[in-house]
Design a protein around this ligand. Structure first.
Ligand SMILES: Nc1ncnc2c1ncn2[C@@H]1O[C@H](COP(=O)(O)OP(=O)(O)OP(=O)(O)O)[C@@H](O)[C@H]1O
Length: 218
């Protein structure tokens, strides 16, 4: 088991009072598995993804990764967990505007101490972005930027990839192509993928589907 959430709860305090978003989530993700996370707007999908990625901490419960409870770590421990174990792909591509495509792709892998030229060359080829390596993010289309963002994430070989509506900004056919490439590359990398999507069509491309409703996985 790569990641296990046990009885995880999360609430937010707002001006209108306390919002109980996740109410005792139990969820397991195997190494190399791809899972789609669906649920209505506001059901807590991004919240769950942020907890799994160590971007935030739960109120109660355990988040177990390689025998460690991420929920019990402090900010620094969570930052180390993210660097070592997690790759993130968001709807906003979050590329670094001052770096060209080649430098964007190797940026996280270098930070994580896992820069591997051969793997990077393979990624660039399979993503079809060889001709774009010396361009800057602002000179790319949305679909091209997302392919670069996926390359950047996978270059660091994270065992866990968390994707939040990764193709939400792309048209349907570009989005499908990008998801197809991301799935085949995460499989090649042996990484697990947890992907938030509103699209049941995209969800069906993954190994398994889970649905968030009423603060629980159903
Ligand atoms: N930092 C925060 N403070 C207060 N409330 C928050 C905070 N973050 C999220 N929420 C609330 O928690 C609920 C769940 O948000 P979340 O973003 O996890 O939902 P989601 O299922 O990903 O939604 P969407 O599909 O619209 O992106 C929402 O009602 C949101 O307004």
């Amino acid at each position: 088991m790569l990641l296990s959430l046990r009885n995880v709860s999360k609430s937010y305090t707002t001006a209108e009072g306390r919002l109980d978003i996740l109410k005792g989530i139990d969820f397991d993700l195997d190494a190399g598995e791809s899972v789609a996370l669906t649920g209505e707007s506001g059901s807590g999908k991004s919240t769950l993804l942020h907890l799994a990625g160590g971007l935030d901490h739960p109120d109660t419960g355990q988040i177990l990764s390689a025998g460690r409870d991420i929920a019990a770590l402090d900010d620094r421990g969570r930052a180390e967990y993210r660097r070592a174990a997690v790759g993130l792909v968001f709807q906003q591509f979050n590329l670094i505007p001052s770096l060209d495509v080649a430098a964007n792709i190797s940026f996280h892998a270098k930070l994580a101490g896992r820069h591997d030229r051969e793997w990077e060359r393979e990624l660039v080829g399979r993503l079809g972005i060889e001709a774009l390596l010396s361009r800057y993010p602002e000179q790319l289309s949305g679909g091209q930027q997302q392919r670069v963002a996926i390359g950047r994430t996978l270059a660091a070989r994270p065992p866990l990839v968390l994707a939040d509506e990764p193709t939400g900004n792309l048209d349907e056919s570009t989005g499908d192509a990008v998801i197809g490439i991301m799935l085949s590359l995460t499989k090649s990398a042996g990484a697990a993928l947890l992907m938030v999507t509103h699209s049941s069509r995209l969800a069906q491309m993954l190994d398994r589907k889970v649905h968030l409703s009423g603060g629980k996985i159903v």
